[in-house]
Design a protein around this ligand. Structure first.
Ligand SMILES: Nc1ncnc2c1ncn2[C@@H]1O[C@H](COP(=O)(O)OP(=O)(O)OP(=O)(O)O)[C@@H](O)[C@H]1O
Length: 227
């Protein structure tokens, strides 16, 4: 079954008199467990399609099903509840809460799901180990390197066992070796837990790791290759 199925997605942005057709009819179906890269030139629509797939934004036209559920007809509040449970996000600027420790940043996404304290602790400690941050749980983001902060962000996205993780340019603020280590980590977690990942990138090294490469050009899918 497709985890994410987008059909004929169109999106325009209006600024004053100017209209930008960011997506002109994008159809993609992502299967469970895929490790997908969305690439393409600046302005081709990568962030726009990721935001729509992640239910952060809605399309002007087209259908979107996530995990078999039609999210295109949901209102904002329904989408927020759906997203909280089902979708994890990793951002290029990490977006950790500066006053919270690594542990607290991760546990926070489970607090929102109202789980018992014992389960929150077990799951948080396990994922900290999975991302190679055992022993660093009490550090604040400012006491971690960029790569370590992105590991916390990956752990935060994964700890709620989402069906889908979306990452917009997750390596853009990291040097190439650290960026590759983050993609390796995401790939290991994809293989270990079967979580579906979709990430955008400009970086050919990062694209190399994907099991499927979707190229966007000017708001349309230019090519879609599995390997
Ligand atoms: N909020 C907005 N208001 C107006 N235009 C926008 C907005 N967001 C994006 N756009 C325009 O929509 C088009 C697609 O943008 P998008 O950010 O999806 O591209 P991208 O492929 O992610 O680019 P980049 O690689 O530079 O991040 C671009 O022409 C962009 O200028």
């Amino acid at each position: 079954m497709a985890i994410a199925e987008a059909k004929g997605i169109k999106k325009e942005y209006h600024t004053g008199e100017t209209v930008v057709k960011a997506l002109k009819g994008v159809s993609i179906a992502i299967e469970a467990g895929e490790f997908v890269s969305i690439a393409g030139p600046s302005g081709s629509g990568k962030t726009t399609i990721l935001n729509i797939l992640g239910t952060l934004d809605s399309a002007d036209e087209g259908e979107l099903k996530i995990d078999g559920v039609d999210v295109s007809t949901m209102d904002k509040r329904q989408r927020a509840l759906f997203r909280r449970e089902k979708i994890g996000f990793v951002f290029q600027t990490f977006n950790l809460i500066p006053v919270l420790t690594a542990y607290e940043n991760i546990a926070f996404s489970l607090d929102l799901l109202n789980l018992p304290d014992k389960e929150i602790k077990e799951r948080t400690m396990k994922i900290l180990k999975d991302v190679g941050l055992e022993g660093m749980e009490n550090r604040k983001p400012s006491q971690l390197s960029g790569g370590q902060q992105q590991r916390v962000a990956v752990a935060r996205a994964l700890v709620k066992n989402p069906i889908l993780v979306l990452a917009d340019e997750p390596t853009a603020n990291l040097d190439s070796a650290t960026g590759e280590a983050i993609i390796d980590l995401m790939q290991n977690l994809n293989q270990k837990y079967g979580t579906t990942f979709i990430f955008s990138t400009h970086d050919p090294m990062v694209m190399e790791h994907a099991s499927r490469l979707i190229m966007l050009h000017d708001g349309l899918v230019q090519s879609d290759t599995r390997r």
